[in-house]
Design a protein around this ligand. Structure first.
Ligand code: THU
Length: 130
């Protein structure tokens, strides 16, 4: 798969978002170290705090697929600056990443900002600290 296909797949994930409250759809595509892909979208709830971020849903799908390592993750929203992972999702991504895991923040046009995990969440806490 090439970058264009990853963008299309991320857009497709975003189109599935259930966002009646925020009207802020987010789509995520994970490419694992084995080259497989897993997607997710945000799923909100009338009891607002129970909503799930798109990253959480994509990570759950990856884990259900028996995989544990994110090589690249695309995060897309509809605005021009692209999808910016929230603080909680930076930690969720961190759990299954290396320092050189790439985070691609996208709008539907393509990648707007690319950072690796060390840049996205510097000096972070992770499994090896326990
Ligand atoms: N959201 C995500 O899905 N991922 C993020 O990293 C940022 C926020 C969702 C949560 C909520 O459904 C909507 O975006 C607005 O906050």
């Amino acid at each position: 798969m090439h970058e264009d296909s990853y963008i299309s797949a991320t857009k497709k994930a975003m189109s599935k978002a259930y966002v009646p409250y925020s009207k802020y759809p987010v789509g995520v595509l994970i490419i694992t170290d084995k080259g497989n892909t897993y997607s997710g979208c945000n799923v909100e709830n009338a009891s607002y705090p129970l909503g799930n971020c798109a990253e959480a849903s994509a990570i759950a799908s990856m884990v259900m697929g028996g995989e544990r390592k994110i090589k690249t993750i695309y995060v897309m929203t509809k605005n021009d600056e692209g999808g910016i992972p929230c603080g909680g999702c930076r930690q969720r991504i961190r759990e299954f990443s290396d320092e050189d895991t790439e985070i691609m923040m996208c709008s539907p046009d393509g990648v707007k900002t690319q950072l690796n995990l060390a840049e996205l969440l510097p000096n972070s806490f992770g499994p090896e600290h326990l």
